[in-house]
Design a binder for this molecule. Structure first.
Ligand code: GDP
Ligand code: MG
Length: 166
């Protein structure tokens, strides 16, 4: 199995930390899948039966001025070109305007989206469920996966679930 996985989210939610952890394990040859020029390939992870190509998107934050239709189209076209989107959020902060802005951009995108709740090492387990409900009540997700990119909790599970959805 092989596919393109895009990691999106507000700045500072832990996208780079996650990628470094994953790619740090194994850097491999580039895929021969056709690449798009718009997306920067950040790293490739291969296991004996899969290949995940992680691509970088510019950190998404709500602009001061309303994004033009063209810019919105560019962003959402990128979402459509990948096989899976990891929408990473910070559980410590929960659902805020910045996340809502990104969820609005995802609204009409057919690509499966995982909600990745990062930094679970910073909250009590009891706090997790209400935070998850908050996100889930606003949008449906293919999977919801709590992780700590920093400490590595549940990252293997996330990689398994990515693999299953490619
Ligand atoms: P990015 O802007 O989304 O790429 O975020 P970074 O990967 O640069 O991380 C931003 C900050 O959050 C850094 O100080 C990281 O060390 C910290 N961070 C990332 N993941 C975790 C995590 O799982 N737990 C905690 N406590 N901090 C994290
Ligand atoms: Mg980063």
């Amino acid at each position: 199995k092989s596919g393109f996985v895009s990691i999106i989210g507000r700045p500072n939610v832990g996208k780079s930390t996650f990628l470094n952890r994953v790619i740090g394990q194994k850097i491999a040859i580039m895929s021969d899948k056709p690449q798009t020029t718009r997306n920067k390939i950040q790293g490739v992870m291969t296991t004996n039966d899969s290949q995940m190509i992680f691509i970088d998107t510019p950190g998404i934050h709500k602009p001061k001025h309303k994004l033009g239709d063209f810019m919105i189209k560019m962003a959402t076209n990128t979402f459509r070109e990948v096989d899976l989107i990891l929408f990473m959020v910070n559980v410590d902060e929960g659902l805020g305007r910045g996340d809502e802005y990104i969820m609005d951009l995802l609204k009409d995108v057919k690509t499966p989206v995982f909600l990745v709740l990062n930094k679970i090492d910073t909250v009590h387990p009891d706090e997790l469920l209400p935070i998850i409900d908050n996100y889930r009540s606003r949008q449906e997700f293919k999977e919801i996966v709590p992780i700590s990119a920093l400490e590595g909790n549940n990252v293997d599970t996330l990689l398994e679930q990515i693999k299953e959805n490619l």
